[in-house]
Design a protein around this ligand. Structure first.
Ligand code: ADP
Ligand code: MG
Length: 723
């Protein structure tokens, strides 16, 4: 709302802009300290962060709904006249502001708590559009903290209005993110620096940055959503490509990795540690990885394979090769005493969740026990006491720990490796170039293996990662049978539970998955009540355990262990079990409210019961039996993960695959990239052409572009301040 300063020199304008973009959200009107603290969970700290927090979807904000259209908890948008405003303090000392809206068919109420400034924004007679989800309060529908759009005198509530829906985090509601973004737009939307010179914007038909920011958050039409997104996709990829090229040309001589040669002896020693023979596909990929590791140039390989195809086994193979290889003696120092044991290389495995990290440790320790098993495997996760972590970090630093398994934040944040030769990133559905650079320590770069169950077309993979190699595991281990998948409508539910119970009585173990969007307190209450309902209802006769994301990691592990060893028959779980959890005896699953899950997520979930030799069974419970839900239809009709993933990307619209968020840049949405594959290719081509013309990006017209690349990628990629 503050007018941007006009009468200033260019340089000081730039400083002022920088300051305003860095304004803590806490200081913006309507945000305040308590809310700003919550926003930190989304890494939203400054006005700039909020501007760059892009919507993942859009909702109707047209005001076209009638009172009779309103359903409890569902999105609705109502237009009308403000008729009655009131401010008071509630018994609990909260400031409450409300107004009634006279609209087609009656009245609805809007309520705001602890937002005293709202009182100044509304007066009787104003015409507004509100949007949000309503709850019945007595006889009237009540919207708490709805989004509001003020209509000017002649303006009608046209149907071309869209409300942004943002990615959230635990305990950070949509309304809060919207408030922060709106405040940031009022404060600083015009201030981010334009990366592209004017003629380039024109030539490429790209929206200028300020307009793109406004349109992506508050689109003036549906077409503008696409235009705004196109600009950011182009910008992001163009800059990333340039940065990668600059990085490579600077690093050309310096890049080296430890060469890990896997000879026949090492190969058979490692293979002997697996309780199964590799599939042909695994053998092929193992050879590809071995060839990469043998070179003194860092491997940069992406391994794609459907859930259960044995990716983790290949990661273990590569890690065992690394820790089985001695570090060559460096030029001896006269005064250095010889090391007691010759050192071996180290490997790090980063898992998406703590639960999965623990499971990997258990698997690796099992493989490494027995003769000759002197490799130390350590876990690094948030649940550990700081002191314990510090001790492990020290042993990593002096090279004693062979394999470190943990979550990305911890492994990157805590560990300094002595002889790191390989980094494996498991179940990566998020894409970014940064993790490579994060673990570059010492003189040598480690080899990198990224594993994903989400297929990415090669062109897109190249655009995101630079030129990387891709391996595909296109074969399931022998004896696997596709999971028999059923859709269960309300009328069949009773029958389904009967079937589920019968299978449990025959000795199967089972999962019941309950949805939880944010695992907030409210979700937690609904998870607990779902659990109670099962325990006192259809699954009364069985031993049930419960895991969810809010559980302390110790408790989580204990429940998982009980389930694994058969002390529990059924694990009731939120999607924390989604990725990679491996309990072969669990072969039947019920997914409650299946329509609230994404397709890829459903497939991941189903993968949990596709592990053993017994055919897995999965029931997807939906609210209606007949209504066509494309996602559920696709889920039931095929078990081919690659097909489903493609379908998913088509169905989903704006995707939720987050990219380079941590780097302070807006996220790259894979769905956008796929849909806009031509923009991806174009940005890459243009960037390469520019690089060939001007490898240091020294053209004065591109000064700002260069600055922005430095700011965004300089540190991450170790770009020197050239030019
Ligand atoms: P992914 O990570 O691709 O989902 P995993 O590596 O976790 O798959 O393997 C899934 C399950 O299949 C594990 O229980 C693993 O032990 C088993 N497995 C992997 N490869 C084979 C194989 N070649 N033969 C038999 N079982 C295998
Ligand atoms: Mg896995």
């Amino acid at each position: 709302m503050e007018p941007s300063p006009r009468h200033e020199t260019k340089a000081s304008h730039k400083q002022t802009a920088e300051r305003s973009l860095s304004t803590p959200l806490e200081r913006l009107p309507g945000v305040g300290t308590a809310r700003a603290e919550k926003l930190i969970r989304l890494q939203l700290i400054t006005a700039r962060d909020a501007l760059m927090h892009f919507p993942r979807d859009y909702r109707d904000f047209s005001g076209a709904h009638r009172i009779t259209d309103i359903c409890e908890g569902e999105h609705a948008s109502i237009a009308g006249n403000v008729t009655d405003v009131s401010s008071r303090t509630t018994g609990l000392g909260r400031q409450r502001f409300s107004f009634l809206l006279a609209c087609a068919g009656g009245h609805v109420r809007s309520v705001f708590f602890n937002m005293p400034f709202m009182a100044k924004r509304f007066a009787v007679g104003m015409r507004v559009v509100i949007a949000g989800s309503a709850k019945k309060s007595g006889t009237i529908w009540e919207f708490t903290h709805p989004e509001v759009r003020w209509l000017s005198a002649g303006e009608t509530a046209s149907g071309s209005e869209w409300l942004a829906v943002y990615p959230l985090s635990e305990g950070v509601p949509q309304s809060l993110v919207r408030t922060a973004v709106q405040a940031a737009i009022a404060h600083a939307a015009d201030l981010p620096a334009e990366a592209f010179p004017e003629e380039m914007l024109r030539e490429k038909s790209l929206l200028p940055i300020a307009q793109a920011i406004r349109e992506i958050h508050c689109p003036s039409s549906h077409a503008m959503i696409a235009a705004a997104r196109r600009r950011f996709v182009y910008e992001e990829l163009f800059m990333l490509q340039l940065a990668l090229r600059m990085h490579r040309s600077q690093q050309q001589e310096r890049r080296s990795a430890p060469a890990i040669a896997i000879d026949a002896r090492l190969d058979s020693r490692i293979r002997a540690r697996f309780p199964f023979e590799f599939t042909a596909a695994q053998r092929r990929v193992a050879t590809e990885i071995a060839a990469d590791l043998a070179r003194d140039e860092p491997m940069n390989r992406l391994l794609q394979g459907d859930v259960g195809s044995g990716k983790t086994a290949l990661a273990a193979y590569a890690m065992l090769a690394v820790v089985g290889t001695k570090v060559p003696a460096t030029t001896p120092h006269a005064d250095a005493s010889p090391p007691l044991v010759s050192q071996r290389y180290q490997a790090a495995l980063m898992a998406p969740t703590e639960l999965l990290a623990r499971q990997h440790v258990a698997t690796l320790q099992r493989m490494l026990s027995g003769k000759g098993g002197s490799v130390e495997v350590e876990l690094l996760v948030g649940g550990q006491p700081a002191l314990q972590r510090a001790r492990i970090a020290a042993r990593i630093a002096d090279g004693q720990v062979g394999i470190v398994v943990g979550t990305q934040a911890l492994v990157c944040g805590t560990a300094k490796f002595k002889n790191l030769a390989l980094v494996v990133i498991d179940e990566q559905h998020r894409f970014g170039v940064i993790q490579r650079a994060l673990l570059q320590q010492g003189q040598a770069d480690p080899h990198t293996l990224v594993m994903t169950a989400t297929p990415i077309p090669r062109t897109i993979a190249h655009a995101i990662y630079g030129d990387l190699a891709v391996s595909v595991l296109d074969e399931q281990p022998p004896g696997r049978q596709p999971v028999a998948t059923y859709r269960v409508g309300p009328e069949q539910l009773e029958k389904w539970w009967e079937f589920f119970r019968k299978k449990l009585s025959e000795g199967r173990r089972g999962y019941v998955v309950v949805p939880a969007i944010e695992e907030s307190k409210r979700d937690l209450a609904s998870i607990s009540s779902a659990f109670e309902n099962l325990a006192n209802g259809p699954l009364e006769a069985f031993r049930l355990g419960l895991v969810h994301g809010r559980l302390k990691s110790k408790a989580k592990t204990a429940v998982m262990d009980d389930f694994r060893c058969g002390k529990l028959d059924v694990l009731v779980a939120t999607s924390v079990i989604e990725v990679g959890i491996d309990v072969p005896q669990a072969t039947i699953m019920t997914i409650l409210d299946a329509d609230t899950f994404g397709l890829a997520q459903l497939h991941q979930l189903r993968g949990r019961v596709a592990r053993g030799a017994t055919q897995g069974i999965c029931g997807a419970v939906t609210e209606s039996a007949t209504e066509s839900i494309p996602r559920i239809d696709a889920f039931v009709s095929t078990t081919d993960g690659f097909k489903l993933a493609e379908q998913d990307l088509l169905l989903r619209g704006p995707g939720d695959l987050v990219g380079t968020r941590q780097s302070g840049a807006p996220p790259l949405y894979l769905a956008d990239l796929l849909r806009d594959a031509s923009v991806v290719a174009e940005a890459r081509r243009d960037a390469i052409a520019l690089f060939e013309r001007d490898p240091t990006v020294a053209d004065p017209k591109l000064r700002r572009l260069h600055e922005l690349i430095q700011r965004r990628w300089g540190e991450k990629l170790g770009l020197g301040q050239v030019g």
